[in-house]
Ligand binder design. Structure first.
Ligand SMILES: Nc1ncnc2c1ncn2[C@@H]1O[C@H](COP(=O)(O)OP(=O)(O)OP(=O)(O)O)[C@@H](O)[C@H]1O
Ligand SMILES: [Mg+2]
Length: 354
């Protein structure tokens, strides 16, 4: 649906103010996908999303949306192509002097292809779609942030786009309102088979609704994959930092108290992190392994969470027994849970009593 190939964007090229904002970005987004782009401030996220609808022209590279190569189009052709690409913003960008209904009607009037009655009917439909049917005659100042963004979404969807671009669309909202907007986007994707690109600096947003994610840093993609993979197994330091901000593992505190060392020594217990993924997240694996391997297992910390609607759990256990028994238990866990990481060995023998 969207294909960016070798996109380079340099602002003010050849001047003292030259900024290399994007350096060789390539990515493909499929129809119906919710794709997230995450990065720190200045990473190039807004530049990237503005290139998808050619609000910003790339210095080099090609932009294909819905089978059309946009960099080759004239301004007039581009205006037509943009009707297939809606966009919403952090600051909502509503006209304060116009009612909710007028804000949503605006792009339809501008397109000039529908008469007044048809526009009124479409506006009613759109407001119902975003659950604002009763707010048509209100002004933006009378709405909450979440309601304003719903108006922004209705307006962006007025021309029936295939693609919806969201630039920090929830960054001005509190967590609860953010969730309700992300739920709405997920529902719209299903109802309208929309392709959605979400730019954010909040990993929580990615966790809640994205299928895949690209991490961008200094104008390059440093890591890309399914949201589940990025959360469960981040490879790069920046990704790890972003993930750890959104996933509460409760580990640093734990490690401080337990004096975990990296080397095994006689009589030590192993401190092991188990990652459960999917519907089996609550399987009685720990009890089973304890029985089968004749080891003692105590739970030190645990946390259950969701990526989209997929449950996952991170449980830190301490395994006691002979060295061979501990190793066997670790191998058994490797067969039965998504990921096993040995965090170290407990210095003291009686941690569970502490
Ligand atoms: N119009 C412009 N002219 C010159 N430089 C620009 C322009 N727009 C952005 N930049 C620069 O390009 C780089 C990337 O900016 P961009 O706005 O894409 O980052 P961002 O990831 O969206 O950041 P934020 O999270 O703060 O919104 C930054 O160094 C920025 O200063
Ligand atoms: Mg930005």
């Amino acid at each position: 649906m969207i294909k960016l190939s070798h996109i380079v964007k340099t602002y003010n090229p050849g001047t003292a103010k030259e900024v290399p904002a994007l350096r060789d970005i390539s990515l493909e987004i499929s129809k119906g996908e919710i794709f997230g782009v995450i990065g720190l401030s200045g990473a190039g996220k807004s530049t990237l999303i503005r290139i998808i609808n050619m609000l910003e022209r790339p210095t080099a590279g090609t932009v294909e949306v819905h089978g059309q190569e946009l960099t080759q189009l004239s301004e007039k052709e581009l205006r037509e192509a943009r009707r297939h690409i809606g966009m919403i913003f952090q600051s909502f960008n509503l006209l304060s002097s116009a009612t909710v209904a007028e804000n949503v009607a605006f792009p339809l009037q501008l397109a000039g292809t529908m008469d007044k009655a048809a526009i009124a009917k479409r506006v009613t439909e759109l407001l119902e779609l975003v659950e604002l049917g009763d707010k048509a005659q209100m002004y933006p100042a009378q709405l909450s942030g979440g309601q304003k963004q719903r108006v922004g979404i209705a307006r962006a969807l007025a021309s029936n786009p295939e693609v919806l671009l969201c630039d920090e669309a929830t960054s001005a909202l509190d967590p609860k309102t953010t969730s309700s907007i992300l739920e709405l986007l997920t529902a719209l994707r299903r109802k309208l088979n929309l392709t959605i690109v979400i730019i954010t600096h909040q990993m929580e947003v990615i966790k809640e609704c994205c299928d895949r994610v690209a991490v961008i840093d200094g104008g390059v993609i440093t890591e890309m994959g399914s949201a589940v993979d990025i959360f469960i197994d981040p490879k790069q330091d920046l990704t790890k930092r972003l993930v750890s901000a959104a996933v509460r593992r409760g580990l640093p505190e734990l490690l401080r108290h337990t004096q975990v060392v990296s080397e095994y020594h006689e009589g030590a217990k192993a401190v092991v992190e188990l990652l459960f993924l999917g519907p089996k997240a609550d399987a009685p694996v720990i009890v089973d392994v304890a029985k089968e391997c004749a080891v003692s297992i105590s739970i030190l910390a645990g946390n259950i969470d969701h990526i989209q609607s997929e449950p996952y759990g991170i449980i830190v256990v301490e395994i006691g027994g002979s060295r061979a028994e501990i190793e066997r238990a670790i191998n058994e866990f490797k067969q039965r849970v998504h990921k096993v990481e040995v965090l170290g060995y407990d210095e003291r023998k009686q941690l569970s009593e502490f």
